[in-house]
Design a protein around this ligand. Sequence first.
Ligand code: FAD
Ligand code: GLY
Length: 367
Amino acid sequence: MQLHPVAAVEKRSMQSGSEIIVIGGGVIGLATALELRLLGAAVTILGKDFNAAAGHAAAGMLAPQAERIPTGAMWDLCLASRDLYPEWIAKIESISGIAAGYWRCGILAPYYQAQTGIDWLDDRSIHHHQSGLSETVVGGYYYPAEGQVDNRALMRSLLAASQSLGIEFLDGVEVTNIEIDRGRVTHLATSQGDISAQHYILATGAWSQQLLPIPVVPRKGQMLSVLVPIEQQEHLPLQQVLFGEEIYIVPRQDGRIMIGATSEDVGFAPANTLKGVKQLMTNAMRLFPPLQQFPLLETWWGFRPATPDELPILGTSPATNLTLVTGHYRNGILLTPITAKLIADLVWHQQADNLLSAFNWQRFDPV
Ligand code: FAD
Ligand code: GLY
């Protein structure tokens, strides 16, 4: 553990009846606010649009191996978060009374071309492991420690937990400017007037660059869902995630199946497109042909917060009383527990865990 010199300046005021404003009430903002509240902070969340958060749009996979995160700081962060998940979910659920659908169901990654490696499952093994796969699947990998959470249920659970602990969530309030004077945030300009606090946390996901010159851009993802036909619901045909080439298929325990996702560099262009939906349907039916007969439930889209190196931006900022928590890109649901814990410790106890050091904003601003 290191004591961060800038954050330490804030210590005295923070512990004497402090006020913290979290800008952005997505999965990261809510979870961070909750962790701070549990440490004793008085927290307000300002959210432009709860329903627009990528936290609702995601598939909810907890999948550092399937996502092929390379070893290094990000891998360590992802594994630390995956390890925290069962206990963290139990905590949120016990506060909120709302189940979040955490399921360590394992992830199977089928391939159409043979790969190498000691963990490679050959043709026979993979089809034995999962019936119904395309006959053109020649093998794959199995990741038993990976799984999923029902991210929409998690959002509901986090919201209810924060409300029950007395966190003020002002949804529909857009922060339009962060006023900084001599290295400190003085106040926020918002759609409802100015507001100030002792400390501020930026958790605005894909929209972060609208408030600060940090390189976070939207990467659109389109999704759709289908429902397992009623007569097959007693024995669900999928009991694990399929993470294929350009497609993933995530079965929920209630019979819904999430299918995603496109990855599009189109700014904040809204809506599902025929091209996007066709790509999802084609790739999903190719990988798991039984889907052809499953009724379509819903289509939606969301915006991943992407950075140039695809790593989050976590920790201190150019302003002493502003902490950055953004840029989680494809793994924000996975990274929520560890992010919330490390950022709450940083802001409240001035403890900067070594895990944070690779994710500072300064990597984009070398002096
Ligand atoms: P968001 O959840 O987007 O929340 C940001 C919030 O800030 C929004 O509600 C927004 O309205 C608010 N806001 C923005 N600007 C302002 C402002 N000026 N003032 C006030 N409020 C503001 N991750 C995984 O781990 N596993 C997955 O399987 C997975 N699948 C995904 C699939 C798709 C299609 C997408 C789009 C994402 C997926 N992700 C997944 C990524 C994950 O959803 C994101 O990394 C995560 O939601 C980011 O959380 P966040 O809180 O930073 O941003
Ligand atoms: N992690 C899955 C996605 O971002 O699409």
